[in-house]
Design a protein around this ligand. Structure first.
Ligand code: COA
Length: 339
């Protein structure tokens, strides 16, 4: 055998050994995956079972609450407290288990699993979502600025509205994925993005005319302001995300959270006036459009539809923000040292 062939055979032998090792590691990996999938199924069905039993037991507790002795009442109270907290624990467990996609995600993505199985990936996804919002908001801000001050072409308005439709649709998909992964985004904020997508879509179809030009500047100024507020909001929300991650905790906080709390309240107090001003601007837009719809020359259906969208946005944003702040104040007063 030639020396050259001998060398090749030696190399091949080494590679074959590595390949055997790889096969063994991959076999173990598949076995673990299989075990993981069994554990996931077992946890999911245990959670369903627990939920069912919890419901039954809470009915029994309700029935036996009438006129128990002092000692029994104490036991029942303890049990009630545990029953109240259990759904929260299930929610946190489910954030790490595969789930069937909701209707919207099934329609958009099909039946693909979107659950991320560790905290780092969840954090990275949320962080990317905040960055995506920030970058797009800066682009929208620049676009609105240029359209407001420098160019007045129908084409630039169309591009801006098209960008807005795409942006809001993308947000709804990303937010649905975040919710599947245990985020506590309130349903309204997602719905708010659906309405905003519809609003921008309708603006896109509004034919150029006198009324369009009257509303155009008001809309661009509003877009400019909204993008500015969204930059502040992104700063606040990324700040919360990073600080909570630094604390190593998410939804169940303890003493260590005091620093975070004070930062959050400072951020919120700064942000709220801007947010409320934006909400009242939405109300103003809605009312202006409805007044416009009363004019005899108004023939476009887009005027009242946009007006309605702005009014819905105002009502939803305003009342949800008030509810969020009230809820935060309440939990601060109830448990001064926890979130
Ligand atoms: N859009 C997307 N996600 C939001 C959100 C919003 N407007 N408001 C809150 N969230 C998310 C948070 O990031 C958090 O997610 P996580 O569970 O994955 O960490 C979750 O919802 C719970 O947040 P919460 O503690 O209720 O509120 P917050 O302190 O993060 O923010 C406000 C509170 C009031 C600042 C925020 O809700 C807000 O900015 N609302 C106003 C939006 C608005 O009106 N926009 C129009 C401006 S003109």
């Amino acid at each position: 055998m030639s020396k050259n062939l001998k060398n090749i055979l030696e190399e091949w032998k080494g590679l074959e050994e590595e390949y055997q090792q790889l096969q063994e590691t991959h076999r173990m990996y598949l076995k673990k995956l299989d075990e993981l999938s069994k554990l996931q199924n077992s946890c999911s069905s245990s959670i369903s079972h627990q939920r069912k039993r919890l419901n039954e037991i809470s009915q029994l507790v309700k029935k036996s609450s009438k006129g128990p002795s002092e000692e029994d009442a104490k036991i029942l109270d303890e049990m009630k407290e545990k029953i109240k907290n259990r759904p929260n624990a299930f929610f946190q467990m489910e954030a790490f288990l595969p789930k069937k996609n909701g209707l919207y995600l099934s329609l958009v993505l099909g039946n693909v699993n979107v659950t991320l199985f560790n905290k780092q990936s969840k954090f990275a996804y949320k962080d990317e979502y905040e960055k995506f919002k920030l970058y797009l908001t800066v682009i929208l801000l620049l676009f609105s600025f240029i359209s407001y001050f420098f160019v007045s072409y129908r084409l630039s308005d169309v591009i801006l509205n098209f960008l807005l439709v795409w942006y809001y649709c993308t947000l709804t998909i990303r937010e649905s994925i975040l919710i599947t992964n245990g985020s506590r985004i309130k349903g309204w904020w997602v719905f708010h993005h659906y309405i905003s997508a519809v609003l921008s879509g309708v603006m896109l179809t509004w034919p150029e005319g006198n009324l369009y030009h009257i509303f155009r500047n008001q809309f661009l100024a509003y877009s400019l302001y909204q993008s500015f507020v969204q930059c502040l909001q992104c700063y606040y929300q990324s700040g919360c995300l990073y600080r909570l991650r630094a604390l190593g905790e998410r939804h169940n906080m303890d003493l260590t959270v005091e620093g975070f709390q004070s930062w959050m309240w400072k951020g919120l107090t700064f942000l709220l006036p801007f947010l409320f001003f934006g909400h009242f601007w939405q109300l103003f837009n809605g009312l202006s459009l409805f007044r416009m719809a009363q004019l005899p020359e108004c023939k476009e259906w887009q005027v009242s539809v946009c007006g309605l969208c702005f009014l819905i946005l105002f009502a939803g944003n305003f009342f949800t923000t008030v509810a969020v702040v009230r809820q935060k104040l309440k939990s601060r007063n109830q448990k001064p040292k926890s979130l």
